[in-house]
Design a protein around this ligand. Structure first.
Ligand code: URP
Ligand code: ZN
Ligand code: ZN
Length: 483
């Protein structure tokens, strides 16, 4: 099957030009002007943007969490992603306490194999990591899982103590892999939750009131300090607020290999959503919670200035009926998470590019190239270039839609609400190619479950950090010059 995409405006993280693209198999073979080549399929992209398929580096499909399981399966979630112009995801496998991470990886391979519409990879959620098992991390990276997520939140379930975090980071630093950190002080948050419940506060908005930004900033500070001493890179997930961003900037300024993502919910929604009538505020019980609106400007600034390096969704959908309702009489029992996998590209294009916060190249960088580079997938993924996978989106910059659960163009996710209900967007995915195969054609899904393949990722940043063979730093990084 060969395809010729003609007359499009090709935009990558660095380039912006008009040309044709020819792919005879899974990869791009040729890019040039006025290509005259026979192809099985010729698509006219005149007047459209032709961009690398989106990469969402943070999704939770079929995740057991909070006494239930996320409502999108690998089949429904990846199909919704494809509709929205995302052609790769990095989801999370979970190692439960006492279990081997390699067994956990097997379990997640079984869940996803043969189901997905688009290519996928896994981070490994680590819930414990005694010294005797740190060698598993290198084995995981050999299996293409070159990043891990650890939690400073959710005591008793996911939380890792600082020793575990240090051990994992030190190993990652040696192996050329990457620790992703959920940075929030979960121990103090649990105390605040206890106080709120004792005072009879059960409504969804107390989820936000018991998770102040300062406790996220403290987690970010601690994660960055531990990474600095462990001499490893670190990636802060779902950064939501200005004071956390300031911690990130300070660490970056002193040379810590610190990366971070934010998500559409923190850029576009705010704490007032918890005041929706009845129990509807539960739709926004996600972690970290929505913040005061003024933080949004600061996050856009962080994206423009490169402190923040990626935009993921943290797609973690739970239906309002029956799932969020588990916490109807106790906000701390509402499963944490919200949807977004389908709407990310349009939301960021409209509110970011049309809104004047970021330019087109930066849009591509934040939604595709950045994640591909950080997570060891570039240049196979994340760009349009000869030899790269033909993961290509034809994006109509003029098409207007209203994001809604009730709009069949904007909602294919398996969840009974849309967090961005009623938000207008100008800029919409029209046609999607996944490794050269057309899987979405003007709103119609042409693929099948199992089209997607597992992406065996390379080392962090595409670089191999030579092993320091357990070397202990002769001098710990200091806060004072010469100190
Ligand atoms: O609310 C969220 N983010 N749920 C998913 C788990 C996590 O912390 O990413
Ligand atoms: Zn998290
Ligand atoms: Zn998450």
């Amino acid at each position: 099957m060969s395809v010729l995409i003609k007359n499009g405006r090709i935009v990558t993280a660095t380039d912006d030009y008009h040309a044709d693209i020819f792919a005879s198999g899974e990869r791009v073979d040729l890019i040039g002007t006025n290509l005259e080549i026979d192809a099985d399929l010729v698509v006219d992209a005149g007047g459209k943007l032709v961009i690398p398929g989106g990469i969402d580096p943070h999704t939770h499909l079929e995740l057991p969490f909070g006494g239930t399981t996320t409502s999108d399966t690998f089949e429904t979630g990846t199909r919704a992603a494809a509709f929205g112009g995302t052609t790769s995801i990095i989801d999370f496998a979970v190692q439960f306490k006492g279990e081997s991470t390699l067994e956990a990886l097997e379990t997640w391979h079984e869940k996803a194999a043969g189901k997905t519409a688009i290519d996928y990879s896994f981070h490994m959620i680590i819930t414990d990591m005694p010294e005797s098992r740190t060698h598993e991390m290198r084995r995981l990276s050999e299996e293409g899982v070159s990043s891990y997520k650890l939690f400073m939140a959710y005591p008793g379930a996911m939380l890792s103590d600082d020793g575990t975090i240090f051990r994992a980071m030190r190993q990652a630093g040696e192996d050329g892999t990457l620790v992703c950190m959920h940075a929030e002080n979960g121990i103090v948050i649990d105390e605040l939750i206890k106080i709120a419940l004792e005072q009879g506060h059960i409504e969804p908005k107390y989820h936000a009131l018991t998770r102040p930004t300062r406790l996220e900033a403290e987690g970010v500070h601690r994660a960055l300090a531990i990474a600095e001493v462990a001499r490893s890179p670190v990636y802060i997930v779902h950064l939501s607020a200005y004071d956390a961003l300031q911690e990130l900037r300070m660490a970056q300024a002193r040379g810590v290999m610190a990366h971070a993502e934010t998500c559409p919910q923190y850029l576009l929604l705010d704490v007032s959503a918890y005041d929706e009538p009845g129990f509807d505020g539960a739709k926004y019980v996600l972690t970290p919670p929505l913040r005061e609106k003024w933080n949004q400007e600061e996050l856009w600034r962080g994206l423009r200035g490169n402190a923040l390096n990626a935009i993921s969704t943290d797609h973690c959908p739970f239906c309002l009926k029956e799932q969020k309702e588990l916490g109807k009489y106790d906000f701390s029992k509402i499963p944490n998470g919200g949807p977004g996998i389908e709407n990310r590209m349009s939301l960021i294009y409209h509110y970011g590019v049309n809104g004047g916060y970021i330019d087109l190249n930066r849009f591509v960088e934040l939604t595709s190239t950045g994640p591909a580079k950080i997570f060891g997938m570039f240049p196979k993924k994340g760009t349009i270039a000869v030899g790269s996978d033909a993961d290509i989106v034809i994006f109509d910059p003029e098409r207007e839609e209203t994001i809604s659960y009730y709009n069949a163009h904007t909602h294919h996710m398996n969840i009974d609400y849309n967090a961005y209900e009623g938000m207008p967007v100008k800029g919409f995915t029209e046609t999607v190619f996944s490794r050269g195969r057309m899987i979405i054609d003007r709103g119609e899904y042409l693929g099948r479950p199992g089209d997607g393949e597992f992406i065996k990722r390379g080392p962090y940043g595409g670089m191999y950090t030579p092993s320091r063979s357990g070397e202990i730093p002769s001098q710990a990084p200091s806060t004072r010059r010469g100190g």
